[in-house]
Design a binder for this molecule. Structure first.
Ligand code: SF4
Length: 282
């Protein structure tokens, strides 16, 4: 069962959750994405996304989630750049296309828009494997010449990567809450991921690991071993090389549903097998 007390791990107490500090302004820009990260964002359980939006963060702009749209939304975004200079967080979802031909927002190139927003941001958070690594838009022949966020953001801007396809809802909220309550990004690893959520592999916290240790494996998705919940390593599970907190935070997750980890939080996961999950090991 998931057991990780992530709120405690980011030093957020009950008292802090009950305080009414000014909310952290967030601008969320979508590049080449599928909206899956926003879908994940709206599904946090504790605190819920609703509680987070009402009490801790102020989602000032999102093409998908803002009530306003068009000129009204764009004008509000510009006003936030000025009013909260150096105080707002820039959330980026999706890979950054190499050419303006592939994505414009309100008549401006998404690359230009991100650079403008990043200039005066307190921090930039890349949500999802597409903004963190290039992800699916950059897979294969990469027809849009997509790059990740670090390829375009100036080095002096603090950046955190929160990969996953999509990332875990509580990991999205947790990274934002750390900024809200502590005024800075959580401690990052060498790849700029919050250590508190990406410090260990899926395998090390997997509920099937006792079977792995006993060398009890499913050989196919419908054999006796699969029915008994044995380890999925021989079916190509990428849990041993995927750094993420699915097995310690999420109630419903791939391995519990009986499917192998596809390593969606790792760079190039799609080209390394993606969703086929059929690379059997001997
Ligand atoms: Fe490791 Fe995957 Fe087996 Fe879980 S199912 S113990 S992550 S190899």
């Amino acid at each position: 069962m998931p057991h990780y007390n992530w709120l405690e791990a980011i030093n957020v107490t009950e008292d802090m959750l009950n305080k009414t500090d000014p909310r952290l302004p967030v601008i969320w820009i979508s590049a080449l994405d599928c909206t899956g990260c926003k879908e994940a964002f709206i599904r946090s359980s504790e605190p819920t996304t609703l509680e987070t939006i009402l009490n801790f963060i102020s989602l000032e702009y999102s093409e998908l989630l803002s009530v306003a749209s068009g000129v009204q939304a764009e004008e509000h975004k510009e006003a936030i750049y000025e009013e909260y200079k150096g105080k707002y967080v820039l959330a980026i979802e999706g890979g950054i296309p190499g050419s303006d031909d592939f994505l414009m927002i309100a008549g401006k190139s998404v690359r230009e828009e991100i650079l403008t927003a990043a200039q005066n941001a307190k921090a930039v958070i890349a949500f999802g494997s597409c903004s963190a690594w290039g992800g699916i838009p950059a897979a294969g022949v990469n027809p849009t010449q997509t790059v990740d966020i670090r390829a375009i953001i100036p080095e002096n801007v603090p950046v955190a990567l929160v990969p996953g396809c999509p990332p875990i809802p509580e990991v999205i909220i947790g990274t934002l809450l750390h900024l809200h309550f502590h005024g800075e990004l959580p401690e990052l690893d060498k790849k700029l991921r919050p250590k508190v959520f990406y410090g260990t592999t899926v395998h090390m916290t997997c509920h099937r690991k006792p079977y792995f240790d006993q060398k009890l494996f499913a050989e196919s998705y419908d054999d006796e071993g699969a029915r008994k919940g044995y380890c999925l390593f021989k079916l190509g599970c990428k849990g041993p090389t995927a750094f993420n907190a699915c097995e310690s935070i999420m109630e419903e997750r791939c391995i519990r549903a009986g499917f192998t980890c596809i390593g969606c939080s790792e760079k190039g996961f799609w080209d390394k097998g993606g969703f086929c999950g059929k690379k059997k090991r001997a």
